[in-house]
Design a protein around this ligand. Structure first.
Ligand code: SAM
Length: 286
């Protein structure tokens, strides 16, 4: 991948400005491709529009991932999308829309993807960003097995998979050293936290923000309800120590970017299931 991406960097996004950068949604021509090993013209065109220049092996690796995902999906429920042509756009391209926002990260920066499922958006990003280190956090055992096998099959040495819940990862403070400092905790240790399709924003905020460093970013792939969800999550962001940095329209949806401004209060995330059961800062319906 080159640095010639035409998206704004997060710094340019700051200020909460709504950015509509793309020429509109990708038109799905519904070209029925039965061969996941070949990227569609729609995909290649949209990737070019995003300014993505692939390294020679990237497309082969992305195709191998897609083939593994669709094959495993016949045995384990990983995705509702079974048409390879559609999957190139709705999975691979959708994941790669995050790329421009990762462009400024230094080598070996750490990214955690929450609720990775079948590996989206994390595996396509791991493939095209070998200089960054990815952690995939997933609660379900069968999905974790798929993720581990896929990472091994693709030889992705810059990714690791953790089986567990975000509520526990967010409270993992590691080991206390004799001098009082701590090592190896997951809490507040990542430069960027990503998530796609893990729940509404007020819920995902509590699952993601505690894992970001105090200067870190949270990038959430969202759909058309992004603004509505953001308004609902306003109080949660304030409590958790983050603010809205901007929303970017992409060819496949919207990315909501959150900036962390300070440490998250230690009581968050709450215990397993609580963020979803009682979303933080959202008034209960009468
Ligand atoms: N991100 C993937 C995608 O976009 O295709 C998977 C989305 S799937 C709808 C949601 C995933 O999040 C599931 O695999 C589920 O097991 C996982 N998940 C939900 N809540 C979680 C939590 N609290 N901690 C870790 N994983 C969670």
């Amino acid at each position: 991948m080159s640095d010639t991406l035409q998206y704004p960097t997060l710094r340019k996004l700051s200020g909460g400005v709504q950015n509509s950068l793309m020429e509109g949604p990708v038109k799905h021509t519904m070209t029925q491709s039965t061969d996941p090993t070949k990227p569609t013209e729609d995909f290649l065109q949209a990737a070019t529009t995003l300014g993505i220049v692939f390294e020679p092996t990237d497309l082969d690796q992305l195709a191998r991932f897609l083939a593994l995902l669709l094959d495993a999906n016949t045995r384990t429920n990983l995705t509702a999308i079974t048409d390879p042509a559609e999957a190139w756009t709705r999975h691979i391209l959708d994941a790669l829309t995050l790329l421009p926002m990762l462009a400024d990260l230094p080598d070996a920066a750490r990214i955690i993807d929450i609720g990775s499922g079948g590996g989206l958006p994390a595996i396509p990003l791991t493939i095209v960003c070998p200089h960054l280190r990815f952690t995939l956090l997933e609660a379900t055992g069968k999905k974790v097995t798929f993720l581990r096998e896929t990472i091994a099959a693709l030889g992705l040495s810059n990714a690791e998979v953790i089986q567990g819940r975000a509520e526990q990862a967010g409270q993992d403070r590691g080991t206390r050293n004799p001098d009082g400092s701590r090592t190896d905790g997951l809490r507040e240790s990542f430069d960027v936290v990503t998530a796609r399709a893990v729940g509404r924003l007020a819920v995902v905020a509590e699952l993601t923000i505690p894992l970001a460093k105090p200067t870190g970013l949270v990038l959430l792939i969202k759909g058309q309800k992004a603004d509505e969800e953001l308004a609902e999550a306003a109080k949660a962001l304030e409590i958790l120590g983050a603010s809205h940095a901007g929303t970017v329209e992409t060819p496949t949806g919207r990315i909501v970017a959150l900036e962390k401004n300070c440490l998250t209060p230690r009581t968050y995330p709450r215990r397993d299931g609580e963020p979803k059961r009682v979303p933080l800062g959202v008034p209960k319906k009468a």
